[in-house]
Write a protein that binds this ligand. Structure first.
Ligand SMILES: Nc1nc2c(ncn2[C@@H]2O[C@H](COP(=O)(O)OP(=O)(O)OP(=O)(O)O)[C@@H](O)[C@H]2O)c(=O)[nH]1
Ligand SMILES: [Mg+2]
Length: 865
């Protein structure tokens, strides 16, 4: 024995009643420097650290059936420990001692002290700093006398895990290693099955309390979920982010990569803001959470660490780099997933991966760009950019977008300099180069993968007049996406032309009213003069309350002529200023006002016309600037094209307006909403080919169409609801859309409430069996207090069910439905947020296998159906 040895002493706590000189109130280690002692010196039995079994998860296949994960084995005693601890007394009155498992001496000290002073530790808390496994003070892991685990603790032990009580000497370390592997396997997707075999859906993996609606934090390695009471115990200090303690050191589940660094609301509630931030920073920056370089394959070559650093450190690195196969066009900087069209333009000329292969993006167009056969959307894009591609052609394209045909000196086109190419790429889901301001990001830390969320892509389409442009504009106002100057000018033009159209409609009706009144007067005078008398139609008989003066009559005739010839848009809004005085005079004219007061009888006049006609003089003035409300109410978005796009996120809504936790979960998630007119999709909606990677398709239907008719392409008058149904069927069965998520927006509910009073829903042949039981007794229920509203509600549910059934029979999928009044912002907000929830559920489906749960419970909880 060395002359200098360490001895652990437990000292009596002052005031303690412990008889033993070395009471068990607390303990510390001190160095013995005195003379050699003759007495029996407590000796230290050598302990091999790698033979000390520690708590660990279980992976042996035969144990999997009866376990809950993550599960850790209790610390088992090795034989040498058994000898040393043989004289340890009872567990009950003992205090815990913690040991940091960093070297043999610490362990030896513990047992040495226990032997020399007869201390009964009762509970030993072991912290394995290398493996990240911890037993906290509260976790009673070893019952010295019975060799049984006493209670569950940090690891989420389950009392049902009798099979985990393997305390043999050899099992410990091996089990640990095995179990680490199991965690690794979980990251590769196997653990999910294990979790699901024992933990009920909606239960916390630690306390097993089931509450499907309570928020849970999920381990980014093994997907174990913990309720707010257990999360801090289960995840400990989170040195690598949100991992349960048993998973520390393991690679993350790759499907969770996009969530790295996004601390949940629960953690923000349980911890201080700075601590939550620290955890999220550990999560994104710690080495073990980074993408393993060799699993990123570029042009068929697995990357090395330096290549990944180069890739991530370039001014414009790939977003969401995952372990998968990519292709990279070194010349142009185009970057994509192997077998798919490009998804990003990164910095060109990086020494990364092998040269590109012809079939890298699985194109089938016979057109090669930098030796890669391009995909169809790319071909459309370059054709629309003015590059003619005939037969098999090989182009060279550089990073600035200049195209050159092989063997020719001249540059054909510089596609990125074309003004409309950005919109086109957006529609075709093709990437565009970042402008230099954005791309100069400086060097990125080689360990940190900056994650930028890819926007969700929403496509909104509907039959004519279903309200798509109204909803689109409403979304712009809601999510603070400003109208550009160009858009405002367009809207102003549209509003002013519309005003003259509305005036034209009124003037036409004025003529009719005038003639009707004249006829009535004549009839009356015939009746008054009797059968023998001759009525006297003098000059005064030809005027009545609908008659306008000659000046306005001249203007009216001219305007009606323009309208009949379909030339209104050729003259207005260009001549708005010129004819503004006529509008002012008309508005003051009694005949015009008399016509306006009968506007409800004029079917041709849209309801929004009243809003604008009431301000006719102001709108026709040259100083008119449309307000947001004017833009919303205006029919049409722009006079020219059928496609409009906007990017938005819920972050921009005003502070405090978050209404549900989803808002706070990921406020940075962005959305790309594309609204396309059904007319511009062409025959059989062929144009949908351009929208192949949409995440959600929003199909709009006007609830008021059930009794309205319009001419189909053959000029045959057909019911508009039936036309809308036909378009719906064409879209949902289109090869690009048949597997997509669909949200049906049943719009114009406010108008349905009014209309259903007068016109029965059965007017449409598809709704022939609509026969709701609406009680008209005032007292019976809340809905029956307003039978009209109840009737409209029933009609809405009935129409929704009709579409749902149709959708299911055509695609086998579930159709989500939302009730909307496009002119009300809350209503549109709810519908879009419902769409966001649909995306969230659909996203989570493969991760948690909760299809059934999401599709039944949660949708019903929403106001939509
Ligand atoms: N009262 C009421 N009117 C609505 C609602 N939604 C749209 N409208 C009106 O319905 C008309 C047609 O709406 P739009 O948004 O232009 O319809 P659209 O789908 O863009 O139709 P196209 O322009 O033909 O493609 C406009 O006058 C809107 O103001 C609604 O929920 N309630
Ligand atoms: Mg429109």
């Amino acid at each position: 024995m060395s002359s200098v040895f360490r001895r652990s002493v437990s000292e009596k706590h002052s005031g303690s009643d412990v008889d033993d000189e070395y009471g068990s109130e607390y303990s510390f280690a001190m160095e013995y420097t005195g003379p050699l002692v003759d007495d029996d010196i407590p000796c230290v039995s050598p302990v091999h650290v790698d033979r000390i079994p520690l708590a660990a998860t279980i992976s042996a296949p035969d144990r999997i059936q009866n376990m809950t994960l993550p599960v850790a084995q209790p610390v088992a005693r090795v034989n040498s420990m058994k000898q040393n601890l043989s004289n340890i007394g009872s567990l009950e009155d003992a205090s815990p001692i913690s040991v940091t498992h960093t070297n043999q001496l610490d362990v030896a000290r513990l047992f040495d002290a226990s032997k020399s002073h007869g201390t009964d530790f009762g509970v030993v808390n072991v912290i394995d700093t290398s493996g990240g496994l911890k037993f906290s003070e509260s976790d009673e892991c070893i019952h010295r006398n019975s060799n049984k685990r006493v209670s569950s603790g940090t690891f989420g032990f389950s009392d049902s895990h009798e099979n985990s009580h393997d305390l043999s000497e050899n099992s410990g370390t091996e089990a640990l290693n095995e179990n680490r592997n199991a965690c690794g396997a979980s990251a590769r997707g196997h653990k999910l099955e294990v979790i699901e075999c024992n933990v009920k859906k909606g239960s916390c993996h630690r306390c097993h309390v089931k509450n499907r609606f309570a928020k849970k934090e999920v381990c980014i390695v093994c997907n174990a979920k913990f309720c707010s009471k257990c999360v801090l115990k289960a995840m400990g200090s989170m040195p690598e982010g949100r991992k349960c303690v048993a998973c520390i050191g393991s690679r993350i589940d790759e499907s969770k990569r996009s969530t790295l660094g996004k601390t949940s609301r629960m953690l923000r509630r349980l911890l201080t803001a700075s601590r939550a931030k620290e955890i999220s920073s550990h999560e994104t920056s710690c080495a073990v959470n980074q993408v393993p370089p060799e699993r990123i394959i570029v042009n068929g070559k697995p990357l090395c660490h330096e290549e990944v650093v180069r890739l991530l450190g370039c001014p414009n690195p790939p977003r969401k780099l995952k372990p998968r196969k990519y292709w990279y066009d070194h010349q142009s900087g185009l970057w994509g997933i192997e077998g798919e069209k490009p998804c990003q333009i990164i910095t060109p000329q990086l020494a990364v991966g092998d040269p590109i292969m012809r079939n890298a993006s699985n194109g089938n167009t016979n057109i090669l760009v930098n030796n890669r056969e391009i995909t169809k959307p790319e071909l459309w894009m370059i054709q629309l950019a003015g590059i003619h591609c005939l037969g098999e052609t090989n182009f060279w394209c550089s990073a600035d977008g200049s195209f050159q045909e092989e063997g020719q000196k001249n540059v054909k086109e510089r596609i990125w300099s074309k003004p409309k190419i950005k919109l086109l790429c957006s529609v075709l889901s093709l990437p565009i180069p970042l402008d230099s301001a954005n791309s100069d990001q400086g060097k990125v830390d080689d360990k940190v993968v900056l994650e930028k969320n890819k926007p969700y892509r929403l496509l909104m389409v509907g039959y004519e007049k279903s309200g798509t442009s109204t909803i689109f504009k409403q979304a712009k106002l809601l999510y603070k996406v400003p109208f550009t100057e160009n858009e405002r000018q367009n809207m102003k033009d549209v509003i002013q032309s519309n005003l003259y159209r509305y005036i034209g409609i009124l003037l036409e009706e004025r003529q009719r009213f005038e003639e009707e009144t004249l006829n009535e007067t004549r009839l009356k005078s015939i009746n008054e003069s009797g059968p023998s008398g001759t009525p006297d139609f003098d000059q005064t008989d030809k005027t009545n309350m609908y008659t306008i003066g000659p000046r306005l009559k001249g203007f009216s005739d001219w305007l009606l002529q323009l309208m009949r010839a379909g030339n209104l848009t050729a003259v207005f809004p260009a001549s708005t200023r010129e004819y503004a005085p006529y509008v002012a005079d008309l508005w003051k004219d009694k005949a015009f006002q008399a016509t306006f007061s009968r506007r409800n009888e004029i079917q041709m006049l849209p309801r929004v016309a009243t809003y604008f006609l009431n301000r006719a003089v102001e709108i026709s003035s040259m100083y008119y600037e449309p307000s947001d409300m004017d833009i919303l109410y205006a029919e049409g978005i722009s006079a020219s094209n059928g496609i409009s796009c906007m990017d938005f996120s819920f972050l921009k809504t005003k502070k405090g307006s978050f209404r549900d936790p989803v808002d706070e979960d990921d406020p940075t998630q962005s959305y790309h909403l594309i609204r396309v007119e059904s007319r511009s999709l062409g025959k059989n909606c062929k144009g949908l080919e351009m929208f192949e990677d949409m995440d959600l398709i929003i199909y709009c239907v006007s609830l008021t169409e059930y009794d309205e008719c319009s001419d189909d392409i053959n000029g045959v008058s057909t019911n508009r609801m039936m036309e809308s149904k036909k378009l719906f069927e064409t879209i949902v069965t289109h090869p690009n859309c048949s597997h997509k998520n669909f949200l049906l927006v049943l719009n114009k509910f406010d108008l349905l409430e009014e209309k259903i009073k007068q016109v029965p829903l059965t007017r449409c042949e598809w709704f022939h069996d609509f026969n709701p039981l609406i009680s008209r007794h005032k007292s019976s229920s809340s809905s029956s207090k307003n039978p009209v509203s109840a009737l409209a509600q029933s009609a809405f549910h009935y129409i929704a069910a009709k579409f749902k059934r149709q959708f299911e029979s055509l695609t086998g999928n579930k159709l989500y439905v939302s009730r909307v009044t496009g002119l009300e912002s809350n209503s549109v907000d709810e519908a879009i947020k419902y769409g966001r929830e649909v995306l969230k559920w659909e996203n989570e489906k493969p991760n948690f296998g909760l299809n059934e749960y999401w599709s039944s419970g949660s949708t019903e909880a929403s106001t939509s159906i």
